[in-house]
Design a protein around this ligand. Sequence first.
Ligand code: GAP
Length: 521
Amino acid sequence: MTAPVSKPMDRIMALAKRRGFIYQASEIYGGQSGFWDYGPLGAQLKKNLRDAWWEDNVLNPCGGALGPDGEPVRMVPLDTSIIQHPRVWEASGHVAGFSDPMVDCRETKARYRYDHVQVYAPASGDRAGKPVFAFVGDTPSEAKQKKKAEKAFGEVVVVPLSSIPQGDWGHVLAPDAEKPGSLTEPRSFNLMFRTYVGATATENDIAYLRPETAQGIFIQFKNVIDTTRVKVPFGIAQVGKAFRNEVTPRNFTFRSREFEQMEIEFFCHPDQARDWYAFWREQRMKWWQGLGLAGDNLQLRVHDSDELAHYAKEGAGTADVEYRFPFTAPGFGELEGVAHRSNFDLAQHQKHSKVNLEYFDAERGELLPNGGRRGERYLPHVIEPSAGLDRGVLAILCEAYTEDASRASPEFLKLSPRLAPIKAAVFPLVNKDGMPEISEKLHADLKRHFWRRGLVEHDVKQAIGKRYARMDEVGCPYCITVDGQSAAEQSVTIRDRDTAQQQRVAMDRVVAYLTERLDSA
Ligand code: GAP
């Protein structure tokens, strides 16, 4: 395994802002923590990733690979409401359980997730009457508190705050606090955003913004079965916004309060659940690899049994596709979870709604004398590959970000041509001598051919090297230049972003040249 290359997150964020990928939401009003807006190129990049997921999971599931039953994978799409009946969230367990215990600092008024707070304590175990120093990893408090702790104790160790009995918290100095003992006991904090449906806005009108798209799928399972010809095993796929009032939104878009999920609930017979779980784990890793997250920065991590969510306890388990983000390095952060949810959700909704959600499987059960089957009724088990679209865009941007001081573009994005928002750019070498007329015509031709796949740009301003650099910076894979030979020879040069090599190509071959490369990406 090669050593991880650490990339500078501040420079990735600066490029994302400068080139119109991601802006802070409500920036002119000082911003709104945990909310982000996608600029022109970011919106297109995000759409390309969303489309890739839709194409590879809904329109052509798993690229035509056969499932463990030897059949092509069946998938149907769905698009459900952000606001559902509040009882959906009671049944799913989100009203009672979707909360993180928090600790507040009475002195600084800061609020922390209890499980994120760690403490620098003396390695010897003897604090000699001095306070121990609390911090949250990957924040400025970490280095500050470490320095103070080393000054106080020499050698220090890191322990979770939860390992210190609450009776001793009077000796814990919170991050940025002046006096020890300011942390409150942990309190639960529900992550769902509340709103009111209707004009009266009483307690009876409370509704929630969905914290995941998954529940919309479970509660429409029966309608999908009754109104389409799908048969178990099959999946329902949905992309859409989810909202979580995260206590500590951070690391750019990684932990946001409004984000988009790409979720599949794959329904199968309980006996087949283990095989489908293994199948989806492998498929989802392959998918992210195919988009360019192919090296050591991607891993599949199987959850330990004590990490499993309540619904996964009885099942085959949960595994995360994880990416080594610059802010998690050398560790990894979750990009997608693949969970065996057993029949937890259907059973809960069946119980709370009192509607029978069992599936009648005509192909199972005892063999009848006429050669048919008696059939079997059951609540299908679910394998759930649940990916974050915004985290996906962030991982793709981080992976693509490349520094090379020897190039005219010392920073550039090695985006896969499939995802790149700008597929090609056309330039006249100089803005005279008949070149702009040819490049404008070629640009119009290429736009006509490629607008469904993404943007095709035309740029006449500044020296050619600067224009190449501008396109490299936004990850445009091909730059096409009309030069002094173009009129006479009916040819152009095409420059490859990653190698910076140019190739002379006949003008009437440019569409085919780009089609071949974009198709194989
Ligand atoms: N239905 C299962 C579910 O929602 P999850 O692990 O909580 O599972 C799935 O979320 C994915 O959604 C995560 O792997 C992550 O990519 C994304 N996600 C979750 N919380 C997020 C947040 N606050 N900001 C951005 N993405 C988030």
